[in-house]
Design a protein. Structure first.
Length: 314
């Protein structure tokens, strides 16, 4: 029997489990000027992929905090090869208007010539100092919420009154759902795959029950934890169910999770951040160790704009 090849060989344990690399750039924009990075409108630029759930969450946070005018954004080509994310002109993606980079790797090398690892999105670029500030979506969501000036229309993503409970649930969702689908999909051993899938569906079952009596995870308004869950749910039936073998159930088989997904999708501006074509082409074309034919499936049909009835739940 041949040894299964990992999609990312440097991020695999001896037990065949996927072990995601740590984010390298963790500097912070601070409103109190305690770092060289101050929250100035027009100074920063966000590089994202509409296919990537981590980048998607930072894009949603930028929108909900009403920072669209203050922080520019460029979308990369959803199809990635051994050279990494590329800047090309196409439907929903473009060349880099800030630096003229052909590949995101150039931003990493310009920031740290010794960097070794995958060139990941999102990336917050400082146009003044010409370097990456941060490439962690968790940090970016928190910075957008806490450090950049807010308008009266901005959503509060991290309410102080639920801070401890929110942090605990966010960590559980990240470990078992957000990263759980990758641990299943990138596993190269049966036990590792089965552990990831069982944990994933165990938490999805818990969330289905939680959402039976709450419109959102913490009540009447969505917070950052809802959006981290949303970014996985919106990709689940189209990609993770089949491509990553997370196929015990679809999200559409969960009445509360499906309605919740539709509810979040239909909030103002959110549908504009979702590109199912980018999502499907990225996963099915890029992950050649999982899908060597690179055939992109036509389905499933996702009816995210249908009425959901979640507004009746307090």
């Amino acid at each position: 029997m041949t040894t299964p090849r990992a999609q990312f060989p440097d991020e695999k344990t001896s037990e065949g489990e996927f072990q995601r690399q740590e984010d390298e750039f963790r500097d912070w924009v601070r409103a109190d000027r305690s770092t060289p990075f101050t929250p100035e409108a027009g100074r920063y630029h966000l590089y994202v992929s509409l296919a990537c759930p981590w980048a998607h969450r930072s894009l949603i946070a930028r929108h909900l905090r009403r920072l669209d005018a203050a922080i520019g954004v460029t979308v990369v080509d959803p199809v990635r090869d051994e050279r990494g994310w590329a800047f090309r002109d196409g439907p929903g993606y473009s060349h880099d208007p800030v630096n003229g980079f052909a590949f995101l790797s150039e931003a990493y090398r310009a920031s740290d010539p010794k960097f070794h690892g995958r060139w990941t999105v999102p990336v917050l670029w400082d146009k003044q100092l010409r370097r990456i500030v941060n490439n962690s979506e968790d940090d970016l969501c928190r910075m957008f919420n806490d450090e950049f000036p807010a308008t009266s229309e901005a959503s509060e993503l991290f309410p102080k009154e639920i801070a401890a409970e929110q942090a605990e649930l966010s960590a559980r969702i990240y470990e078992n759902v957000n990263n759980g689908v990758y641990r299943a999909g990138f596993a190269t051993a049966q036990p590792a795959y089965e552990r990831a899938v069982r944990r994933l569906f165990g938490v999805l079952d818990e969330l289905e029950s939680r959402l039976a009596t709450r419109r959102y995870l913490f009540g009447a308004a969505p917070v950052e934890t809802d959006w981290r869950l949303f970014c996985t749910l919106v990709r689940f039936d189209a990609v993770y169910f089949g491509h990553f073998k997370c196929n015990l159930r679809r999200i559409v088989d969960y009445p509360n999770l499906q309605g919740y997904l539709q509810d979040l999708y239909q909030l103002p501006g959110i549908a504009d951040t979702v590109n199912i074509d980018h999502i499907k082409r990225h996963y099915y074309v890029t992950h050649t160790e999982i899908n060597p034919t690179q055939i992109v499936p036509l389905g499933p049909i996702l009816e995210l704009a249908k009425p959901h009835g979640r507004e009746r739940i307090g």
